[in-house]
Design a protein. Structure first.
Lengths: 113, 113
């Protein structure tokens, strides 16, 4: 069975640009969450989507947005990139909306220059 | 304001001995706790979890202990193996809050042969 897959694995963007990160959850999982991990810190919650609806939002600016598609895959969009957005972006999926361990993808390493 | 703390950035243990990783939390609403292991260039891998209605959960070489009054949990690995060398993250959530996991900063475990 395929795990959580994320694309791309690495990318480099320039300040002010826009980026879209993609995530496919484990088959049968309906909930997708996004986390940002800055070097030396633990992952920080950005968004949760369940059945295409936003179920939670962390303390991130409006430049960050996400959506979930009918096949439960998800996109994370970041506008007007800042140097501080450089991080590992992790996607996690669970079968339901909460109360269970999450399964993470390998992440997308974003570097903003 | 760190709600989940892992005060030891690193820990070294001899192969075959016990590894004890500690975690403290401040939010009394947390009722579900998890440990994840992370290797470089990979996403976090779920290890073990515990609900606040229990004080111990065991899975093979891994045991998690929860002391609610002290807001403290620990992960015991017995016996430690070189393959256990990784960064370990403690995470907490409140079931009513969906899949918003709050992660600690991690502890790097090195198991020496």
């Amino acid at each position: 069975d395929a795990g959580v897959t994320q694309s791309p694995t690495h990318l480099i963007k320039t300040r002010g640009q826009h980026v879209t990160l993609r995530c496919s959850p484990i088959s049968g999982h309906k909930s997708v969450s996004w986390y940002q991990q800055v070097l030396g810190q633990g992952p920080q919650f950005i968004f949760q989507y369940y059945e295409k609806e936003e179920r939670g939002r962390g303390n991130f600016p409006d430049r960050f947005s996400a959506r979930q598609f009918p096949n439960y895959s998800s996109e994370l969009n970041v506008n007007a990139l800042l140097l501080g957005d450089s991080a590992l972006y992790l996607c996690a999926s669970t079968p339901h909306s909460g109360g269970a361990e999450a399964f993470f993808g390998q992440g997308t390493r974003l570097t903003v220059v | 304001d760190q709600q989940v703390k892992q005060n030891s950035p690193s820990l070294s243990v001899q192969e075959g001995r016990i590894s004890i990783l500690n975690c403290d939390y401040t939010n009394s609403m947390f009722d579900y706790f998890l440990w994840y292991k992370k290797y470089p260039a990979e996403g976090p891998t779920f290890l073990i979890s515990i609900s606040s209605i229990k004080d111990k959960n065991e899975d093979g070489r891994f045991t998690v202990f929860l002391n609610k009054s002290a807001k403290h949990l620990s992960l015991h690995i017995v016996p430690s193996q070189p393959g256990d060398s990784a960064v370990y993250f403690c995470a907490a959530s409140a079931r009513n809050y969906g899949q918003n996991f709050v992660f600690g900063p991690g502890t790097r475990l090195s198991v020496l042969p």
